[in-house]
Ligand binder design. Structure first.
Ligand code: NAG
Length: 289
């Protein structure tokens, strides 16, 4: 049996540095772009050329994955459409039992590797009535619901070498990168299913009740999921530019008479259908960052 992931953790600058230095000593690649692949979207990393691959379990201090369908656990360096990138094939979720600091550990490592821009992808439930299954939502803003309840990865001692105590979040999702996503989608003929909206994070792993979905809609959220926000908070704290993309894999149920039931298999099946479009979008976009 795998040891249970650590439920509370605090890391020092030296921990992140040790991981980054270990990686830098083993690859001569210096990516400026990092990509975190969401559920079922890990095949993006397979498109990289001249790959150098590190299973998480081999990287010092790096968290190791528990296996969830649709997630691998490896860091992949390589060229995406000619552009040097580093991809997380499989991310860490709070619902797996990792502390919120462990979930975001890789982001600070990226920063120490010299990464300047972070692209995060996820699978999300559509809350906005005008969204269709298979739409891709460019994240314009987020609602950090776990943060409302004290689960913010920046809680605790602030390490000034990464960022300030009270980081601004009103510019969390880079305006230029969002515009670039729309421009690229137009060029790639996939703008017909591109949306822009607000992503709300819930801890999971249970999906939302009908009452909870109604609350999230009232809050102004367009999509809901169980990831992304902690990584974005930490990325902004250390000055990375962020682009977030949500693949709408299902529409949430808001009607008590509905017999529709969300399940993970269906989410993965939808992801597979649109994953290629998302990959195409990301791989053309990275060359322009
Ligand atoms: C839903 O999405 C549409 C299209 O992007 C947007 O115009 C609208 O403001 C969003 N929100 C609601 C509550 O409909």
């Amino acid at each position: 049996m795998e040891p249970a992931p650590c439920c509370s953790a605090s890391y020092s600058y030296d921990d992140y540095k040790e991981t980054a230095d270990w990686l830098l000593a083993r690859t001569n690649k210096q990516p400026k772009v990092a990509i975190i692949c969401g559920s079922g979207l890990g095949s993006l990393a397979d498109l990289l050329k001249d790959k150098v691959v590190f299973p998480y379990k081999d990287i010092p201090r790096f968290p190791t994955s528990t296996v969830v369908a649709g997630h691998a656990g490896r860091l992949v360096f390589g060229k995406l459409n000619g552009r040097e990138c580093v991809c997380m094939q499989g991310r860490f979720h709070f619902y797996e039992g990792y502390s919120i600091q462990t979930v975001t550990y890789p982001v600070r490592v990226f920063s120490l590797l010299g990464v300047e821009s972070l692209i995060v992808t996820n699978a999300a439930g559509g809350l906005n009535d005008s969204y269709n299954v298979g739409d891709i939502m460019v994240i314009k803003d987020h609602i950090n619901l776990p943060g409302f309840c004290g689960q913010n990865p920046l809680v605790g001692h602030n390490d000034d070498s990464f960022g300030v105590r009270f980081p601004c979040m009103s510019d969390a999702y880079d305006r230029d990168l969002r515009a670039l996503a729309f421009q690229t989608a137009q060029e790639q003929n996939c703008d017909s299913f591109l949306q822009e909206g607000v992503y709300c994070m819930v801890a999971g792993p249970s999906y939302e009740t009908i009452a909870e979905c109604n609350v999230l809609q009232t809050f102004g959220a367009d999509a809901v999921g169980m990831s992304t926000v902690p990584e974005v908070v930490v990325a902004r704290h250390c000055g990375l530019r962020v682009l977030g993309l949500s693949l709408i894999t299902n529409k949430v149920v808001t009607d008590y008479d509905s017999d529709v039931k969300v399940n993970h298999e269906e989410v993965l099946a939808t992801t597979e259908i649109r994953a290629q479009d998302l990959q195409r979008l990301v791989s053309h976009l990275v060359t322009k960052i």
